[in-house]
Unconditional design. Structure first.
Length: 229
């Protein structure tokens, strides 16, 4: 995000896309999905439909990208952060419940509306705080602190959403889909590869300070060239 703040045009879009994949994909969605794989019901086998699972990941990446774009392109005023946080928070909540809809089991599932609403509110507040941190936080310790707060908020949203779910036995056919163990191997491999690529790209790129300095030098050179003409 620091590099997206210091750039514009294609370069900014590239950094925003990378941030969306990093935060929305390998951050928020992975936490949600691994926690979901840990959910179990005694005597009931739970499997997962791959299509809504993938859709839930794409939702997380897209809405985080929209929120970050709003926060970076426009001035990070309170209304902008509120709109960006609302869009991102609603999207994260949508990701959660889309992911939960991928669960296949011989049982019927119902949700408690008030607890669902509470999970959506938590998601919006967490997303707004994350956007504010992305635009204002500087330094390693401040970044780590902001990350811890965001992690707690995302976990709180997830488990509040889980608490909203009531499961009842039903005479349904055997569940069809992938088991948690079948999903873990490609999930871990995908996370590891994506994380490596992101770290490699970020590690080789100029820092925010370097970009600002380069832009200043470029501007001075352009002014000098203009005077010489």
């Amino acid at each position: 995000m620091s590099r997206a703040r210091a750039t514009d045009g294609y370069a900014r879009g590239r950094w925003l896309a990378l941030a969306a994949v990093s935060i929305g994909g390998t951050g928020i969605w992975v936490m949600h999905f691994i926690a979901m794989l840990g959910y179990n019901i005694t005597g009931v086998q739970i499997t997962y439909d791959l299509t809504p699972t993938i859709i839930s990941m794409l939702i997380a990446i897209v809405v985080v990208g929209i929120g970050l774009t709003l926060a970076v392109v426009r001035q990070p005023t309170l209304p902008v952060l509120a709109v960006g946080g609302a869009i991102t928070g609603l999207g994260v909540a949508g990701m959660h419940y889309m992911g939960m809809s991928a669960m296949r089991m011989a049982a019927s599932v119902h949700y408690q509306p008030l607890i669902v609403l509470a999970s959506v509110v938590i998601a919006i507040v967490a997303a707004t705080a994350a956007l504010w941190a992305a635009m204002n936080v500087r330094g390693v310790f401040a970044t780590v602190g902001a990350a811890l707060i965001m992690g707690i908020a995302v976990c709180g949203m997830h488990y509040t959403g889980i608490a909203a779910m009531d499961v009842y036995s039903a005479s349904a056919p055997a569940s069809i889909g992938m088991t948690s163990y079948q999903l873990l191997e490609p999930l871990i491999a995908g996370i590891s590869l994506t994380t490596f690529v992101i770290l490699f790209v970020v590690g080789l790129a100029a820092t925010e300070g370097d970009i600002i300095e380069q832009n200043a030098i470029r501007a001075d050179l352009q002014k000098l060239a203009g005077r010489q003409k």
